[in-house]
Structures are given as structure tokens and as C-alpha cells.
Design a protein around this ligand. Structure first.
Ligand code: NAP
Ligand code: G4F
Length: 324
């Protein structure tokens, strides 16, 4: 049986990836940090087959002993400080977890004998590395120009992954994923903030939605599609880096319009902007060129932008009705 170790198991992607791998017959071990992590119970309830083990990307020894003990065939490093605005308030922590954390886990794999390519590694890189984009759409050769401490830390994670592949022959891949969303998306990210607000406004539980920049554009896809690509990358004869995205970009304003439209609400009456939510440096426009992933992995997204917005609004309406 193939064993996968997933860091970031309590996050959006960790849960979708675990579900996908369990469906393929894998043994899945998820790394959880902290003594009393409230999201541990969520994973235990949703995915009881996942084995949970303690570890932290800030702690070398925990990673070394975890990799030795679990003896994984595949390691997916999804853990990170992943919310871009936090990275300006906690740049040191972001650098330590999102950047140096990648080095720590690569080193744990190397010390466990990963140099023979036996342990395959996936790094969750990000389209935020493109930042102020040099060209559009962005592919694997597009120059990086990160615009936040998060983006800078992800560049380090990307390059150290490439470096361990080139220096030590590790089977290490970097997936440069564009924004992907779902009903499991954290409520601080803009898509879920919008769909949750739509549901609450519809049910009379919230009066307005306060947002920052409505003009930025993102290439938004469905998270369930993107975890398939992570797995596919590690099944190739040799390791490589891949851009994953839909190839379509929409503004935050458009997301708002479609989301309020699903609930038949006039968005202009409920949405207000607040300059304090504008970022010190913005990423204005991201759009993926995922031709390489399509050609080599055979990967294609299955959920359109409109379907994604609808499924998120409907899930939030249901959640609010049941638990709200
Ligand atoms: P997420 O929901 O924010 O999950 C982040 C995970 O990291 C959580 O499980 C969190 O655990 C864990 N974590 C944070 N600090 C840690 C530490 N010091 N040690 C161990 N675990 C730690 O993120 P996501 O959306 O699933 O994204 C998964 C990965 O893909 C992230 O690396 C993200 O940066 C990257 N990415 C995401 C997107 C996207 O659009 N979703 C696009 C490109 C790249 P706790 O429960 O303990 O907080
Ligand atoms: O949803 P966001 O916070 O996602 P962002 O910054 O694009 O980052 C996400 O995607 C990256 C991949 O490109 C990941 F690497 C990263 O971990 C994360 O998952 O913001 C999207 C856009 C931004 O332009 C932001 O300025 O929405 C704009 N926005 C406008 N009002 C807002 C808000 N974002 C948030 N979070 N909250 C607002 O009220």
C-alpha cells in the first residue's frame, strides 16, 4: 500500500487531497501541529481513516522523526502561513513557516534516504510568486516578482525544492497553483467571505459586506480539481514543476455580482469598500497558462467559474440554515 504524508491536513487542500488519496487506496498520515488544535477534530470527524501525527514546520526534530516513523512514499507539503495580509503583520513567522519550513521538510526527507528518489515530494507553490506579472498568462518560465512577504517566502520554498532536486537528486516537484476555492475555504479569503456574507444577508443575519480592492483579478478554480494535479505530478517518471489554473481571470467585483445573483440579491445595496482592507502592494491580475500540465499530466479543470460561485453560495446557504 502506498503511504502519503500530508502537512497542512487541517487546511482546505489537505482535506481534499486526503479524500482523493484514500479513494485511490492510499494509507494517509496527516501532520497536525499544537497540543490542542481545534481543527484536528474536524479532520477526525470528516476523515476517520486518516492517521494523525504531531509535527510543526518550525520544528526540525519533529519533521525528522515523523518522516522516519511514517516511512512515506509521497510527501505533500501543504502547510503554510497562507493568508497574504497576515504576511505583512508577521513577516518573520511567514518566512520561517512558508519559506524555511520547506527546507526543513526537504532535509528530513534527505536524511531519511530520499536521495535515491524513493520518497517523492510535492511543494505547494503559488501564483503569488508571479506578483507584478511580467507577461500574461503566466507559465513555468514567467519571471517571479512577488508582492508580499508571503510571495517572497513561497519563492524561497520553490527554489529550495528545485535546488534539492538538482543538488541531491530528490524526486521533488513544485506545483505553481493559482487560486482554488471551495466550501472548505477559510472564511478570511475573499471568495468565502463573499459567499458566506451572501448566505447570511439572504437569511437576514448580516446587513452588509465590507471588502477591499474590487478590481483585482484572479484565476479561480475548484480545489477538488487541483489536488488531482498534485497527485498526478508525483506519478511521472521524473520530477518537474507545473502551473495549474483554469486560464480564465475574473475580478473580485465579478465574483460579487455572480454570488449575489445566485441568491437574487442586488449587490450594490449591500457591498461597501473600506480602504483599510487595501494591501500595501497588490497583485492586480493573475491568469494561468496550464498548457504543460494539460499536455504531460492530462490535467483539466472540471468546474467553471459560474459553477464554483454557485456551489459555494449554495453550500453556505445550507450551512447557515443548518448550523447558523
Ligand atoms: P490553508 O487552508 O490556509 O491551510 C494551511 C495549513 O497549514 C493548515 O492546515 C495549518 O494548520 C497549516 N500550518 C500553518 N502553520 C503551520 C506550521 N507551523 N506547522 C505545520 N502546519 C502549519 O491553506 P490551503 O488553501 O489548503 O493551501 C494549501 C497550501 O497551498 C498552502 O501552502 C498555500 O500557501 C498553498 N496555495 C494555496 C492556494 C489556494 O488558492 N488555496 C494557491 C496556491 C498555493 P493549522 O490548522 O494548525 O492552522
Ligand atoms: O482571497 P484572497 O485573500 O487571496 P490571494 O491574496 O489571492 O491569495 C490566495 O491565493 C494565492 C494563490 O495566488 C495563494 F497562494 C494564497 O495562499 C491564498 O490562498 O484575495 C484575493 C483578492 C486580492 O486581490 C485582495 O486584495 O481579493 C482582494 N480582496 C478584496 N477585498 C480581498 C478583500 N481579499 C480578502 N481576503 N478580503 C477582502 O475583504
Amino acid at each position: 500500500m502506498t503511504t502519503a504524508l500530508i502537512t497542512g491536513i487541517t487546511g482546505q487542500d489537505g482535506r481534499y487531497l486526503a479524500e482523493h488519496l484514500l479513494g485511490l487506496g492510499y494509507r494517509v498520515v496527516g501532520m497536525v501541529r499544537g497540543q490542542d488544535n481545534p481543527r484536528r477534530a474536524l479532520v477526525e470527524a470528516e476523515l476517520p481513516q486518516v492517521e494523525l501525527a504531531q509535527g510543526d514546520l518550525l520544528d526540525n526534530a519533529s519533521l525528522i522523526s515523523l518522516v522516519r516513523r511514517v516511512e512515506p512514499d509521497e510527501v505533500y507539503n501543504l502547510a503554510a502561513v497562507s493568508f497574504v495580509p497576515i504576511s505583512w503583520n508577521q513577516p518573520d513567522l511567514t518566512g520561517e513557516v512558508t519559506g524555511l519550513g520547506v527546507l526543513r521538510i526537504l532535509e528530513a526527507i534527505r536524511q531519511a534516504g530520499g536521495e535515491d528518489g524513493r520518497i517523492r515530494f510535492y511543494q505547494a507553490s503559488s501564483s503569488e510568486m508571479f506578483g507584478r506579472v511580467a507577461e500574461s498568462p503566466q507559465n513555468e518560465s514567467t519571471r517571479f516578482h512577488p508582492r508580499s512577504p508571503y510571495g517572497v517566502a513561497k519563492c524561497y520554498g520553490h527554489y529550495i525544492t528545485v535546488n534539492y532536486r538538482e543538488s541531491y537528486g530528490l524526486y521533488a516537484c513544485s506545483g505553481i497553483l493559482f487560486n482554488h476555492e471551495s466550501p472548505r475555504r477559510g472564511p478570511e479569503f475573499v471568495t468565502r467571505k463573499i459567499t458566506r456574507a451572501v448566505a447570511r444577508i439572504k437569511l437576514g443575519r448580516q446587513k452588509e459586506l465590507v471588502l477591499g480592492n474590487l478590481d483585482s483579478k484572479r484565476d479561480w478554480g475548484f480545489a477538488g480539481d487541483y489536488v488531482r494535479a498534485m497527485h498526478q505530478m508525483l506519478q511521472q517518471p521524473s520530477p518537474d514543476d507545473y502551473v495549474i489554473g483554469t486560464g480564465e481571470a475574473h475580478s473580485v467585483r465579478k465574483f460579487v455580482e455572480v454570488a449575489f445573483g445566485v441568491a437574487e440579491l442586488p449587490w450594490e445595496q449591500f457591498v461597501r469598500t473600506d480602504p483599510s482592507l487595501i494591501r500595501p502592494a497588490e497583485v492586480d491580475h493573475l491568469r494561468a497558462d496550464a498548457t504543460k500540465a494539460q499536455r504531460i499530466l492530462g490535467w483539466l479543470p472540471t468546474v467553471t467559474f459560474e459553477e464554483l460561485v454557485r456551489l459555494m453560495v449554495e453550500a453556505d446557504l445550507e450551512a447557515e440554515r443548518v448550523h447558523g
